[in-house]
Write a protein that binds this ligand. Structure first.
Ligand SMILES: C[S@@+](CC[C@H](N)C(=O)[O-])C[C@H]1O[C@@H](n2cnc3c(N)ncnc32)[C@H](O)[C@@H]1O
Length: 226
């Protein structure tokens, strides 16, 4: 029943139970990633000294916290559309003055133009009601010499790559195989594939970008330097 009702429409706001399970089971696999293309450490290569970063769809704030632990000079703002996740992220980062979490929609980012050196969004774009508007908003708040990184699950990922990712999560072993199917049909399938991302870049007339598949992982990484 729980699996059946989970993520029935990827563009709906997360329920309390979905945020709870995501926070406990899935997010640690992202924060602890050690992939050559993606890990908290490799993300920091994109950020200049004393950077101002924005985490769009920050969830429970684990990644913002991991980045800040590695680079305490960073100032990180995080926004999320779920009040449950905003509360978790605020509690998790309560004593850190350089992390500031607030409620906010990727489609109407509540910051002025040219505010951030680095804008990143991990595992969130598949949920956005308009992916185009969300990317436009990320680019609007990015400084001219800044970097935007967007990552998410990729439509059409292989069963092997999906399995690799699910094995990294804290999903209890006895339901991992069921979750591999949930991940394939309810997470990867409604997300984007490589061709759709190229079309999106074309629609937005973005030329200076790099699009990668993350090794052995069911995800893509898009880096834009406008
Ligand atoms: C799969 S979670 C990823 C959370 C976090 N980035 C991480 O990697 O652990 C997706 C998050 O995106 C948020 N989200 C979905 N649509 C959004 C939107 N339009 N604006 C901001 N956040 C959104 C959800 O509430 C959820 O917390």
């Amino acid at each position: 029943m729980l699996l059946k009702n989970t993520l029935s429409d990827i563009k709906n706001e997360y329920s309390f139970i979905e945020t709870f399970l995501y926070d406990r089971w899935i997010s640690p696999a992202i924060t602890n990633a050690k992939n050559e293309i993606f890990s908290p450490e490799t993300m920091l290569n994109k950020i200049q000294n004393k950077g101002h970063a924005l985490d769009v769809g920050c969830g429970g704030g684990q990644l913002a916290l991991a980045l800040h632990e590695l680079r305490p000079d960073l100032n990180i703002k995080g926004i999320d559309l779920s009040y449950h996740q905003v509360n978790r992220a605020k509690n998790r980062t309560l004593n850190i003055k350089d992390i500031d979490i607030s409620y906010g929609n990727a489609l109407e980012i509540p910051f002025p133009d040219n505010s951030f050196d680095f804008v990143y969004s991990i595992a969130s774009i598949k949920h956005w009601k308009s992916r185009r508007q969300g990317v436009e908003e990320c680019l609007r708040v990015l400084k001219n010499d800044g970097t935007l990184m967007i990552m998410d699950a990729m439509k059409g990922s292989s069963d092997e790559d999906i399995s690799n990712f699910v094995e990294l999560t804290k999903i209890p072993s006895f339901i991992k195989n069921k979750w591999k199917k949930v991940f394939k049909h309810k997470v990867c399938k409604p997300s984007l594939d490589i061709n759709e991302i190229h079309s999106l870049m074309n629609d937005l007339t973005v030329e200076n970008y790099e699009l990668l598949r993350v090794d052995s992982s069911p995800s893509f990484q898009l880096i834009i330097k406008p």
